[in-house]
Design a binder for this molecule. Structure first.
Ligand code: GDP
Length: 304
């Protein structure tokens, strides 16, 4: 499958969102004064922590930067900046394939309420439809009636079919019915919404496990991804959510939303480093085109 060209304006929005970081400390560090001294490292450390990279990740990156500056005899901040872009790219990079090119694909979308699950599902459906796939949605967040209604609106926008039941229905039954319809209509990508009830972890775990059993039984050959949606504006709290969900279900990756509204884009680096989970997509707005596959180098450049 060919990758769609990035829409113009996507990185503009990303940069705008990260502006406070860029225009603030990180921007200042790499403008003007070219000397690499103790002050430089101190300011950089502060800026990275402020951008929400987290303490451990920041220290690790700074150690690497110092080693590189020494090894490559770098004496100017502009050259140090290029080295930092490389290091950040390595920290965030991931080259494992995402969906299977052929055959069935299932994406389970998990995350607490309000992070942008429904919106991201709509954007994903639209993106993959444009790329020539045949997505179908399963409204398996049956906890709130509004969830299925919202998802139905997105299905309409993306022009993809959706399967839903009434409020309070068994999410696994929704997934089962969706798979029946999926097979009949010869779709190739099933995207399932789920309820974000983290306060009831045991229930959530049981629910997700049951959905998973249905998928594994009815579509045994399918490639299955479990993506956690995180709201970038919550900064380090996103890490805590990822840990909790990671204990409940086997996560395979992250969708990071709302990068248009935060200076805390550094959390991307922390998420990848602390959780070892690849960032698959980033959201930079409420529009249907405001989601893109994550590109580590472009992101590192936007961050600095
Ligand atoms: P859910 O409860 O997890 O399904 O969250 P929703 O998809 O309903 O999104 C919650 C709110 O966040 C809505 O108002 C969305 O429009 C908004 N939202 C989602 N993704 C983004 C994003 O990338 N940027 C911005 N600015 N808003 C977003």
């Amino acid at each position: 499958m060919e990758k769609k060209e990035k829409k113009p304006g996507f990185f503009a929005k990303l940069k705008q969102g990260l502006q406070k970081t860029r225009g603030g400390l990180l921007g200042m560090i790499f403008g003007g004064d070219e000397r690499i001294n103790a002050e430089f490292y101190e300011e950089l450390e502060d800026a990275m922590i402020m951008a929400d990279m987290g303490f451990d990740t920041t220290e690790g990156i700074l150690d690497e930067l110092k080693a590189r500056i020494k090894a490559e005899k770098i004496t100017e901040r502009s050259a140090a900046k290029a080295a930092l872009v490389d290091i950040l790219t390595d920290y965030m990079a991931n080259d494992t394939p995402f969906l299977a090119e052929e055959g069935d694909n299932v994406i389970l979308i998990v995350g607490v309420n309000g992070v942008g699950k429904t919106t991201s599902i709509g954007k994903l459906a639209s993106m993959y439809k444009e790329e020539g796939k045949r997505p179908m949605l399963a409204a398996a967040d049956t906890f709130r009636a509004a969830a299925a209604e919202q998802l139905t609106i997105w299905a309409g926008r993306a022009d993809v079919p959706i399967v839903k039941h009434g409020e309070g229905a068994d999410p696994a039954a929704v997934v089962f019915d969706a798979i029946v319809s999926y097979k009949a209509k010869k779709n190739d990508l099933l995207i399932c919404d789920t309820a974000g009830r983290l306060h009831n972890k045991k229930n959530l775990m049981n629910e997700l496990a049951k959905m998973r059993r249905v998928i594994d039984r009815e579509l045994p050959e399918a490639h299955v991804e479990v993506l956690l949606v995180l709201d970038a504006t919550t900064g380090q709290n996103a890490i805590a959510q990822a840990k909790a969900f990671g204990e409940s279900c086997g996560l395979t990756g992250i969708i990071l939303t709302k990068l248009d509204g935060t200076a805390k884009g550094g959390v991307v680096v922390a998420v990848k480093n602390e959780l070892g989970l690849p960032i698959r997509f980033v959201g930079v707005g409420e529009g249907i085109d405001d989601l893109q596959p994550f590109d580590a180098r472009a992101f590192a450049e936007a961050l600095l």
